[in-house]
Design a binder for this molecule. Sequence first.
Ligand code: KG4
Ligand code: ZN
Length: 357
Amino acid sequence: MNKKPLILGIESSCDETAASIVTENKHGMPIILSNIVSSQTDVHKEFGGVVPELAARSHIEKIDLITKKALNESKIKIENIDAVAATAGPGLIVCLSVGLSFGKAIASSLNKPFIAVNHLEGHALSPKLNAKLNYPYLLLLISGGHTQFLSVNELGKYKRLGTTIDDAVGEAFDKTAKMLGIEFPGGPKIELYAKKGNPNKYELPKPIFNKGGCNLSFAGLKTAVLRIVKKIKTDQEKYDLAASFQKTVEEILYKKTKIAFNEFKKINGDKNNTFVVAGGVAANKKIRQTLTKLCEEENFNAIFPPIDLCGDNAAMIAMVGMQKFKLNQFSELDHPAKPRWPLDVDAAFLKGAGIKL
Ligand code: KG4
Ligand code: ZN
């Protein structure tokens, strides 16, 4: 192939409307020509969380404009696009449907291939946007909806080693923020509050810390925060609680990642020691530091996406689209939106009562 492919990526799985154009250099490294992300913070602020119908309406209003912006910024004419990749799941079905239908319509009108992309695969491979990364590697995916350890064996081939049995870590950050009266989306602000507080002020629980392998649990942590919040009076106490929460999450991730390293080595041998952290929570600097320190101790190579590519974006979707394009892995135009679409389809569903760990 002489001409390098130009891929349009579209993302609308939750509350970010995003479009991006990605190509690659002669060494096969992705080049982001444009990456436009429009967040809906103002739309959901007064409700304290994402309201699916409002999110979908906002996607409908903006997707055309955001895609035009991505094309303008990249200086690429739409007719020169080689394929359109859009997130097909997992996510909010009313939101997914907007970007998916829009992507299919563009592909169909240009008579170019359409590629359905798993949003989690976008996060999983996101460090490839700026670093050379060989398979297999261990992935810790920490976002608003997912917390999982996966062995990433190749494009489309994942083995889940551990997962949360209840809340995702991003969800725990957001709910703690809400309880502290921080405006949505509060997760990133917990990190700022934590800087001003005493991390040893409150003792918070670490559910399934000493059992369940590298599975994780955060629901008990949230309940404990709720109990303490009711007694809190001053701003300093809020900062102390945020700091105690941040520290507890770091301790849980440190311990569970250490276990995951061993599980990963059992499958892939001692020579594969690359550890990738991706998803919105990977933007948390203290978590990055804690996991980098663990990697130094355990002789793993830590890789994080740049902060601006940790959260939802379409560059990661276009990049996965590019990889699939090169393998001729195209999708039909009737590809459904999938609210649930695990990376490891063989892994047991581990949520709800009665789980045996
Ligand atoms: O990957 P993402 O943008 O969307 C999902 O696919 O879920 O992740 C969003 C999550 C939210 O829960 C948000 O609060 C959390 O990532 N987050 C953070 C930080 N930045 C984003 N959590 C902790 N510290 C941060 N700095
Ligand atoms: Zn995401």
